[in-house]
Design a protein around this ligand. Structure first.
Ligand SMILES: *Cc1c(COP(=O)(O)O)cnc(C)c1O
Length: 393
């Protein structure tokens, strides 16, 4: 029975649909629409479509449906809606459930575009958003109130890898009747237990680990069937942020190796972090698997592994960080993450450049901070490359 399948089996087989040809690989249904046998059938399908009945690719498509069923099974939710990008998922998950007058509480440490939606977009439509330090439960308690419709957080923040106690925040949010919406990109579907801890809606940018090869943008919103089909789907299908069948096919293929890739990358990340910690040229090495990480115990209690990302703070600020980056040969200077290729990012001048200096300082985005996404290369080669970078400082 599929319900008894373990993670790796689900990642390979769950959600597969086969045409009359019995193809082994998932088929890409590159079709915008579907022909009906009769006018009566068309009418019936618009009233209520069955599980193998589709209307229009913006509403759903067999390849996209395969991906939605596979990721929902892996995440442990009843259903999922696939989107054109991670940001389409964040925007869709929030806007679909909110209206003017509603209140949202959000962790402050967010991906730049998430911050734009919560700080700029929602406010323009009359939704009030309160920001808190996500690691401080007293701030969540003080901010949540009757009328709070949702709380939003990145379970592991970008780029400083702060961990938020999803279980404790969910208890506070649920007591006020608010839904817990988690952007779970850094935790990955294979290391996260967000749903078991109390998350109601879990969002992924599938651009990251799920594709894992830097080929396409994608996103997904996972949650209870009632919520996905009655709240998220109407908003997404009428506003146009659906995933394309070709992207869904890439993501289905990415998922088959997701567990293997994430485990190999996390193992390597742990070794890189351990090797760099204590280096005199670094002010900090941030990795949730290190005992020095402020939420190390929480990482151990709530994640299946401490993740594929780390951050280092180079003494000597921007100039030193740039000298390190420019000396790298294997690590690519780029801003994706979760890719097979290792990536080094300077958040202060790229992904978080837009933020005022005071906000950068508040979020720990120092001039020397470099975010590292550990890929699938040999760990020794990656470390030698970083040593070359450090020597160039
Ligand atoms: C990348 C990212 C997003 C946005 O995803 P896109 O696929 O680039 O739209 C949202 N949240 C987090 C935490 C991310 O890392």
């Amino acid at each position: 029975m599929a319900e008894d399948w373990k993670l790796r089996t689900k990642l390979v087989h769950e959600g597969s649909r086969r045409s009359q040809y019995g193809e082994m690989a998932e088929a890409i249904f590159l079709t915008q629409g579907f022909a009906y046998d009769s006018a009566e059938q068309a009418e019936a399908r618009f009233i209520q479509s069955g599980p193998d009945e589709f209307i229009y690719a913006r509403y759903g498509n067999p390849t996209v449906r395969m991906f939605e069923e596979r990721i929902a099974a892996v995440e442990g939710t009843e259903d999922a809606f696939a989107t054109a990008s991670g940001m389409a998922a964040v925007n869709g998950a929030l806007v679909s459930m909110l209206k003017a007058g509603d209140h949202v509480v959000s962790a402050r440490a967010l991906f730049g575009s998430c911050l734009y939606i919560l700080e700029d977009v929602l406010g323009r439509f009359g939704v009030e958003v309160s920001f808190v330090d996500g690691t401080d439960l007293d701030q969540w308690r003080a901010a949540v109130r009757p009328g709070t419709k949702a709380v939003f957080l990145e379970s592991m923040s970008n780029p400083t890898l702060e961990l938020i106690d999803i279980g404790a925040v969910a208890e506070i949010a649920h007591a006020a009747g608010a839904l817990v919406v988690v952007d779970n990109v850094f935790a990955t579907p294979v290391f996260s237990r967000a749903v078991a801890l109390g998350a109601d809606v879990v969002i992924y940018s599938t651009t990251k680990h799920i594709d894992g090869q830097g080929r396409a943008l994608g996103g997904v919103i996972c949650g209870r069937r009632e919520h996905i089909r009655k709240v998220v789907e109407p908003y997404m299908k009428h506003t146009g942020g659906s995933m394309s069948p070709f992207t869904a096919w890439l993501m289905l293929n990415g998922m088959q190796t997701l567990d293997l890739r994430c485990r190999a990358m996390a193992e390597s990340a742990g070794r890189v972090a351990a090797a760099l910690e204590g280096d005199a040229r670094l002010a900090r090495v941030i990795y949730p698997g290190l005992a020095s990480h402020p939420q190390h115990a929480l990482a151990q209690a709530t994640l299946n592994a401490p993740g594929t990302m780390l951050a280092i703070d180079v003494k000597g600020g921007k100039e030193a960080a740039f000298r390190l980056l420019d000396a790298l040969e294997i690590w690519k200077i780029s801003n994706n993450l979760g890719d097979a290729k290792s990536i080094a990012t300077h958040p202060a001048t790229t992904t978080h450049q837009r933020l005022p200096e005071a906000q950068k300082a508040q979020l720990g985005i120092t001039p020397g901070l470099i975010r590292l996404s550990v890929g699938l290369e040999d760990t020794g080669d990656l470390l030698a490359d970083l040593q070359r970078g450090l020597a160039a400082i």
